[in-house]
Design a protein around this ligand. Structure first.
Ligand SMILES: O=P(O)(O)OC[C@H]1O[C@H](OP(=O)(O)OP(=O)(O)O)[C@H](O)[C@@H]1O
Ligand SMILES: Nc1ncnc2[nH]cnc12
Length: 175
């Protein structure tokens, strides 16, 4: 039987030297192009968190939006966009981090979550884990609980496990 992990391994394509020389970029756009696979992926991302009291899905700009929005709908949870700097119009917090190919920051509106919230962080990929760890810090600074992190894929040769030690991480396929 073909597993979801096998289907993802077939669909996700390697793009060498993007966005910088030496980086092998894992391109998820073929997953989005296949409506059945896309639906199966979002259902599988949501499944481990059903009945766990998730109140908010924190979806990380920009590829995380594509998966986080349907996951929030599956869970009946609020959708909270975690944005790159300078995009949020209201009062917000900022956390900086290092990426596989640079540096960046994430921001969240201060009124999006609070101490009554139990959040799930959703993104497409864990590489260094820097983006997800920074998002977790944003949630904690606003007093929210973080149930865990759900991603489509993880790059097991990069140090995301160290960055997210002790965090409940669910991933659909490992490379
Ligand atoms: O585990 P990390 O090393 O933090 O890397 C993972 C992050 O990198 C990519 O985002 P990117 O900043 O390239 O933005 P994009 O989603 O807009 O393409 C990806 O979508 C994750 O958010
Ligand atoms: N190698 C990679 N492919 C796709 N997205 C990424 N985000 C960080 N590293 C990545």
């Amino acid at each position: 039987m073909t597993t979801l992990s096998d289907r993802l391994k077939t669909a996700i394509r390697d793009v060498p030297d993007f966005p910088k020389p030496g980086i092998v970029f894992k391109d998820i756009t073929p997953v989005l192009h296949d409506p059945v696979l896309f639906a199966d992926v979002t259902a599988a991302l949501a499944a481990p968190w059903k009945g766990k009291g998730i109140t908010h899905v924190l979806a990380i700009e920009s590829r995380g939006f594509l998966f986080g929005a349907p996951v929030a709908q599956h869970l009946g949870a609020s959708l909270v966009p975690v944005r790159k700097p300078g995009k949020l119009p209201s009062a917000h917090l900022t956390e900086h981090y290092a990426l596989e190919y640079g540096e960046d920051a994430v921001e969240v509106h201060t009124d999006a979550i609070d101490a009554r919230s139990l959040v799930l962080i959703v993104d497409d990929v864990l590489a260094t884990g820097g983006t997800a760890a920074a998002t977790r810090r944003l949630a904690h600074r606003l007093g929210a609980g973080v149930a865990g992190i759900g991603v489509v894929m993880d790059l097991s040769f990069l140090p995301w496990r160290k960055a997210l030690a002790g965090v409940h991480v669910e991933t659909l396929v490992s490379f």
